[in-house]
Design a protein. Structure first.
Lengths: 532, 276, 320
């Protein structure tokens, strides 16, 4: 990795302080943030949600919401006069696009659904008077080609909804690069994409950065991404810069406690011994499960798996591979066309009505979007009592006691037990959802991407919680995730799912030894981040 | 900021409505004169100290008639809307629960047909066939007006049925009845209430318009609509005859619109916790 | 996209069919014998019972009231298809001809009102969305709530009193001339404007908060340019609203037409009610239903045509 010391300054931000109104008072989102971006480098701004990293990005391009107040701050962009950010400025349209450009997290949302890609290009180039009418087509085709599109004219005539998320992000990148900006801000540019698309966009970003000598500010929560791409790293926590320096230095020998904590949560190196070994008797048996919505492509095409008592099986796959449908079939939210699901000796494939209701005592599901899975009108305590009430477990007092105990177990204590979901954090919501799922003491717990919406440190906490509960109660877990990291730390076995079936089973601790081509594709990026 | 404005609108609307309802329902105490008593010597008097809003062509005090007449108008409009809401919610909830079933499809076709009849046209046909009276107008209201509530409830219940919260409730073994009352209907109740508030205002306006044309309740009973129809004949020479009922109608509808605006702004349970 | 429209057309035909059944049933359900009603007007020989009976029978035969309900309906539909809506009890003229004379003036009024409404609504709606939260926005909101609370005839009467009676700007007669068009049209336009303002403001505000707006701004597009970006997406709800407004204008024009003595369909229908002129009323209702259904269909077609997400299905999506 090259050291960029002594190079030309491209952009500098000084003493930035931003606050938002919250619950009647002004809450400081950023406090005395100062940093410099040098020509030709990639600087990562690393932080969890709520750290203020997106606020930095929005400040740099003048897109803060009107409720935010910039207390102080100066932006110095080379070739421009310095801007006092605390004053409303009219010169943003000169800076945006050519001075500072931005790549958004979800590219599908960053393109106008009613406009063709061609119109996006025309308008963008036109706004800066960079091309005549005749040139627009050739310039846009040129940039689309550089971004790896083989048939740029088709893309130009497409509407955003006709392109995949990865393609949209490449189009967005072409749209920003055709203006040759001095600084590119990339705000979580890949976190809305799945693994394979992610890698493609990153490769392009990396190679174009090198070819064009781009200066990039990468905003991310993903340590691996920062490590793979950036020259320098700034770690942001609660609106303050806690640490900054060369990537290798900060991420290998962190000097600040917060950075160390963040790095620890990334590794998720739970001791495999802590996971109690499974029993030999089988609990849940799925045979040849098949499901299709339309005749062309089945969503499940012959799934076979056997879950033993106390076992944790991870299901790894990209979005759309059918893993969520599998979970929904097991709990009866959807029904398979053929194949069987057995719980112990009982065939539950087509269980309906009261038979299905009784199964709630044995099989439970934790959803990805915990907040949405909780009725916002009830308090945490009431929510955990719901299933107890439905099955008439104990009397009123016992149910309350049990709910209290479960909430304590998942770390929701004191006043938080009486809060309703809108007043709880996302992590707390997931804890409540887990407590509710465990209320009936199920033997099988299915976690459908249960941690993927959470911050990394919260992820670590929830996974630790699940591990502890697993030891304590001895249920089996089907852990569904797209994230190798999460599964590796946690599972006895990992099933790799692709196009509706399991292509390979791996032992939890020997994940890198996958043989199937798709497994290797999934593992590629995760294992060895390429260096710059 | 938003929530403060919502409370303002809500407070203003409720206060105004309380004031109006108070004036109307205590009419016999506030203004003990007989609303039907004629006084031919005092015909079509301009508003003044003796008759605050003037008198009509039979010399009847307009303020007294407006206050007394409001009872009929408000109660009958309220009852008509209430029946429309109840019918609409019931049918809509069933259609939403059993989305795509025969019942749902038939209901949607019926709604299509009813939507093809504009309310005004339907009310006019009813009035022509069965005679002009307030009761027939209200009958037309109930027949047509439930449609918007049914459509709203149906879409809300259907949406809620496919939500993660209901999936979660299913997985937890919650019975269908409990899901209907704890998850589905509460989702629909708020928006339906908001719609009902606005629609009550619209309903009063529509009834007023039809009465103005002479299709509503008939003289001499004091009712806002019939007073309007009555005043229509001489509005060129004595426009003040319309002032009383028009003013009360405007203020009543304004109150309902304010309440509706206020309620709409505070419905979302996540709104309060959200930043900014 | 063709399929979607085909379904819409089929649904429309079904709606019209059921609506015609409903209308037919309503007229037949009505208390009173149409033939007796008609005879009451044309003959004063009710004391001669025998002559009365025979004339009545003749009339029934003539009006097709003697056959079974089904054959009555069939013959009614048959004549409808030949654009024969029957003869008015009151004026003794062909209903179709009379409606044909009046239809243009009602559509002219509704169309002009629609243009005024959309012009006011779009202009103020866009302004108050762009300046949301300012005093201007607050004033507009208050005005909208206020205006939406006033009955249409009150606004009409006030304008008529002020402009025609007091100031003499407007001539009161019953001619459908262009110089008489503007006041009723303005009244209706004012009545409809608050709803347009509300819809445009709410949708535009929603769109302006979207990521694609931020993205367009970040590429250096000016803030005015970005509003046009967003307006493309506000177009669709606005079209729906336009359709709804138009239908409510042609049916709700009754009140305004009667205040301004505008010789449109509303006046015809009111006379129909007054004189229990069933054929006239039936014809009026049928024309209204047809207009509503056709407007719905046009909105649907516009939607399909304008929204790229409808014209191009996922299957034709670009693949690499």
């Amino acid at each position: 990795m090259k050291i960029v010391d002594g190079q030309k300054e491209k952009l500098r931000i000084e003493q930035l302080e931003v606050s938002y109104p919250q619950e009647g008072a002004m809450q400081t989102a950023l406090k005395s943030v100062t940093f410099t971006l040098y020509e030709g480098e990639i600087l990562s701004l690393l932080g969890e949600s709520g750290s203020g990293k997106s606020t930095v990005a929005k400040t740099l391009i003048g897109l803060l919401p009107s409720s935010a107040t910039v207390r102080s701050g100066t932006l110095i962009l080379s070739g421009h006069s310095s801007i006092d950010l605390s004053r409303p400025s009219t010169s943003w349209s000169e800076i945006r696009g050519r001075g500072v450009a931005m790549l958004f997290q979800d590219a599908r949302l960053a393109l106008n659904p009613m406009m063709k890609i061609r119109e996006h290009f025309r308008e963008t180039l036109h706004a800066h008077r960079l091309a005549s009418k005749e040139q627009i087509a050739s310039i846009s085709e040129h940039w689309l080609t550089r971004l790896g599109f083989t048939d740029p004219s088709t893309i130009l005539n497409a509407y955003p909804h006709e392109l995949s998320g990865g393609m949209c992000q490449r189009v967005c990148l072409a749209l920003t690069l055709c203006l040759r900006p001095q600084v590119l801000i990339a705000d979580e540019p890949t976190s809305a994409l799945d693994t394979v698309n992610q890698r493609e966009v990153l490769h392009l970003l990396q190679s174009l950065q090198r070819e064009l000598g781009l200066t990039v500010l990468l905003i991310t929560h993903d340590i691996a991404l920062a490590e793979a791409l950036s020259h320098r790293v700034i770690v942001l926590n609660e609106g303050r810069i806690v640490e900054s320096g060369l990537t290798s230095q900060v991420l290998r020998e962190p000097s600040h406690d917060y950075t160390r904590q963040l790095l620890a949560s990334r590794d998720l190196t739970s001791d495999a011994k802590a996971i109690s070994p499974p029993d030999a008797s089988s609990l849940l048996t799925i045979r040849n499960l098949f499901k299709t919505y339309d005749a062309e492509q089945p969503i499940l095409s012959g799934v076979n798996v056997q879950l033993h008592v106390g076992e944790i099986i991870g299901i790894l796959g990209q979005s759309g591979c059918g893993k969520s449908t599998l979970a929904r079939c097991v709990v009866g939210l959807e029904h398979a066309q053929s194949g069987t699901i057995h719980f112990r000796r009982q065939d539950i494939t087509h269980a309906k009505g009261s038979a299905r209701r009784r199964l709630a005592r044995h099989i439970q599901l934790v959803f990805q979007d915990a907040r949405a899975s909780l009725n916002p009108r009830f308090s945490a305590l009431e929510l955990v009592q719901t299933p107890l009430h439905a099955f008439r477990v104990g009397d009123r007092k016992e149910r309350l006691e049990r709910a209290r105990y479960l909430l304590e177990e998942v770390g929701i204590t004191g006043a938080a037990q009486h809060r309703r979901p809108p007043q709880l954090s996302t992590g707390q919501c997931q804890r409540v959802a887990i407590a509710r799922a465990l209320a009936l003491q199920p033997e099988v717990l299915i976690c459908d991407e249960a941690v993927s919406a959470l911050d990394m440190s919260v992820q670590a906490q929830i996974l630790e919680l699940l591990q502890r509960l697993h030891r304590q109660f001895g249920f089996s877990i089907l852990m569904i995730s797209h994230d190798v990291r999460v599964l590796r730390a946690f599972c006895h076995r990992i099933a790799v799912m692709h196009e509706g079936r399991f292509v390979e089973f791996l032992q939890g601790n020997r994940l890198s030894s996958g043989e199937h081509a798709h497994t290797r594709l999934l593992l590629q990026g995760a294992d060895e981040p390429e260096s710059v | 900021m938003n929530s403060r404005r919502a409370s303002c609108a809500l407070g203003f609307g409720v206060a105004l409505l309380a004031l109006l309802a108070g004036s109307v329902f205590t009419a016999s105490w506030l203004s003990p004169d007989d609303p039907l008593a004629m006084n031919v010597g005092a015909r079509l008097q301009q508003p003044g100290m003796e008759h605050w809003l003037g008198t009509d062509r039979f010399g009847r005090d307009i303020l007294t008639r407006t206050l007394h007449g409001g009872q009929t108008t408000l109660i009958s409009c309220g009852l008509a809307l209430l029946s429309a809401v109840l019918i609409g919610m019931l049918l809509g909830a069933l259609a939403g629960m059993f989305h795509g079933s025969v019942f749902d499809i038939v209901l949607m076709r019926i709604i299509d047909v009813l939507l093809a009849f504009p309310f005004m046209v339907f009310a006019m046909v009813i009035a022509a066939l069965f005679g002009t009276s307030l009761f027939h107008l209200l009958f037309a209201v109930v027949v047509v007006w439930w449609v918007s509530f049914a459509r709203l409830t149906r879409s809300l219940v259907f949406q809620a049925k496919n939500s993660t919260a209901v999936d979660a409730a299913r997985v937890l073994g919650t019975s269908n009845t409990v899901i209907l009352f704890r998850e589905l209907l509460p989702q629909a109740l708020g928006p339906v209430l908001v719609l009902a508030t606005f629609e009550l205002g619209n309903l009063i306006l529509a009834i007023a318009a039809l009465s103005f044309l002479g299709l509503g309740s008939q003289p001499p009973s004091p009712e806002w609509g019939s007073m309007l129809a009555d005043g229509r004949a001489h509005f060129m020479t004595a426009p003040h005859v319309l002032l009383g009922p028009a003013l009360w109608i405007i203020l009543t509808v304004l109150a309902f619109n304010c309440i509706g605006e206020g309620l709409r702004d505070r419905m979302d349970p996540y709104e309060k916790a959200r930043i900014g | 996209m063709g399929r979607r429209l085909l379904v819409a057309v089929l649904q429309m035909l079904m709606t019209v069919f059921v609506a015609s059944l409903v209308l037919f049933a309503l007229i037949r359900l009505a208390p009173g014998d149409p033939a007796k009603l008609l005879i009451g007007r044309t003959m004063d020989i009710a004391w001669d019972a025998a002559a009365y009976e025979s004339t009545l029978n003749e009339l029934r035969q003539e009006m097709g009231l003697n056959g079974s309900l089904f054959s009555q309906y069939a013959s009614w539909i048959g004549s409808l298809l030949q654009l024969d809506l029957g003869t008015s009890f009151y004026t003794d003229r062909s209903v179709a001809a009379e409606i044909g004379e009046r239809l243009p003036s009602t559509f002219l009024l509704a169309g002009t009102a629609l243009i005024i409404q959309m012009a006011i609504g779009l202009f103020i709606g866009i302004l108050s969305a762009v300046h949301s939260g300012t005093w201007f926005d607050t004033v507009v909101r208050l005005l909208c709530v206020g205006l939406a609370s006033v009955p249409g005839f009150v606004i009409g009467l006030v304008l008529l009193l002020a402009l025609a009676v007091q100031m003499g700007f407007y001539e009161i007669s019953s001619q459908a001339t262009l110089s008489r068009l503007w006041l009723p049209a303005l009244t209706m336009g004012l009545l409809g404007a608050p709803q347009v303002i509300r819809v445009v403001r709410a949708n535009l505000l929603g769109e302006l908060g979207q990521v694609y707006i931020q993205s367009a701004l970040s590429r250096g597009l000016s803030s005015t340019r970005v509003v046009w970006h967003a307006m493309r997406n506000v177009l669709l709800p606005t079209i729906t609203l336009t359709g709804l407004s138009f239908t409510s204008y042609i049916s709700g024009a009754v009140v305004i037409e009667s205040i301004f003595a505008w010789p449109g369909l509303g006046e015809y229908a009111l006379n129909g009610i007054l004189h229990k002129d069933y054929p006239a009323l039936q014809g009026y209702a049928l024309v209204m239903v047809l207009s509503v259904v056709v407007i719905h269909l046009m909105v649907e077609a516009l939607y399909v045509w304008l929204d790229p997400r409808m014209t191009r299905r996922k299957k034709e999506a670009v693949h690499e």
